[in-house]
Design a protein around this ligand. Structure first.
Ligand SMILES: [Zn+2]
Ligand SMILES: [Zn+2]
Length: 355
């Protein structure tokens, strides 16, 4: 079967490896799509990440076979899957910090998401397989993991309906935040970016106001929209300028969600006098957890009603052989969500979307 091996940013190969064997409580799925996540891109370009490394986790697939002890799923079921499974018993898990659980961090897909077939272990089958009943929802289901990460991050913040929220950075994750904030909180959302094309997508996904921080007078423009400043800010792009912007734009008692790791410098100066006197709360959110995964999947399967259809964010659907092309598009910020497939025939037999 085909599996992706990335030895460096320039040396990416599709190699032929054995299809994994499965045990009695396990399942084998054939990958239909695997989405390219910004964390995959970061792993590829970060020289500190040892290569080749496992890549891909935003998978939808079809069950190829199951072990004789599996009853939850059966051959032919369409699935969205999640790669990390917490132990549910360690100190982190007991406190709800599932993404910090050591077991969760060690579990992954076998051999990886960017593989033609994937072995699901007993715990994957048990906890994080979601059956897609309507095949027309297949592409939206590919957003289960990224949307779950955003649901988890929003859930940590003390948001109320109609709150005013600033979203900084309008890449795929920023756009997902915008739509979720509108759909779940009917929030007033201001989107900030330096790319007009991204800001246009942000408007299409519901942003009430978009601001190009390279061109516009940011403070003047946002103060007209929120004279009393924002209840909250979400950073999907973390550099000292965006941290400063969030700190000065959020009202007293407001909150800031640090959703992305720092881009350039690991240490960013924060005005602690301002933080303290304004009683600001900084949250951070890494990866997702079991409950946001379930909620994400259920919301995505009900997109006709709740308008959480993210498929317009799919900018490219590419064969895995063109992985590098997608990677370059992502690196040059000329794409939103990129989906890769391994077998055009199986994709077209389920949902004819590749022309
Ligand atoms: Zn992801
Ligand atoms: Zn645990």
């Amino acid at each position: 079967m085909k599996s992706l091996f990335c030895y460096s940013k320039e040396d990416i190969r599709i190699e032929d490896v054995d299809i994994p064997e499965i045990g009695d409580s396990e399942a084998l799925i054939k990958t239909i799509f695997c989405g390219l996540c910004i964390t995959d891109v970061a792993k590829v370009i970060n020289p500190e990440v040892k290569k080749p490394t496992k890549l891909g986790h935003e998978v939808v697939g079809i069950v190829e076979k199951t072990g004789k002890g599996v009853s939850k799923i059966k051959k032919g079921d369409l699935l969205a899957i999640y790669h990390r499974i917490p132990c549910y018993s360690c100190n982190y898990c007991l406190h709800g910090n599932y993404s910090m659980c050591r077991h969760s961090r060690e579990t992954n897909l076998d051999p990886q998401g960017f593989s033609e077939y994937i072995r699901l272990t007993e715990e994957h089958v048990k906890y994080d397989t979601f059956i897609i009943k309507d095949k027309n929802n297949l592409k939206n289901a590919a957003f289960t993991e990224p949307v779950a990460c955003c649901i988890k991050a929003i859930g940590k913040m003390p948001l109320k309906r109609k709150d005013k929220v600033m979203v900084i950075g309008c890449g795929t994750m920023g756009i997902i935040f915008i739509r979720l904030l509108k759909a779940l909180y009917d929030a007033g959302v201001v989107a900030i970016d330096i790319n007009d094309a991204k800001l246009e997508i942000a408007r299409n996904f519901g942003a009430d106001l978009t601001v190009n921080s390279k061109i516009d007078n940011v403070r003047e423009k946002i103060l007209k929209f929120v004279p009393n400043r924002f209840d909250a800010a979400v950073l999907t792009f973390t550099i000292s300028e965006t941290v400063d912007l969030a700190m000065s734009s959020v009202r007293e008692g407001g909150s800031i969600q640090i959703f992305a790791g720092p881009l350039n410098e690991r240490k960013i100066a924060i005005d602690f006098e301002e933080l303290y006197k304004k009683e600001l709360t900084l949250f951070s959110s890494y990866s997702s957890d079991p409950e946001p995964n379930r909620r994400s999947f259920n919301l995505l399967m009900d997109s006709k009603r709740n308008k959480l259809d993210f498929t317009p964010l799919i900018s490219n659907i590419l064969p895995i052989e063109e992985f590098k092309k997608g990677l370059d598009l992502a690196l040059s910020q000329k794409s939103f969500k990129i989906l890769y497939y391994f077998d055009e025939k199986i994709v077209n037999s389920i949902i004819p979307i590749i022309h």
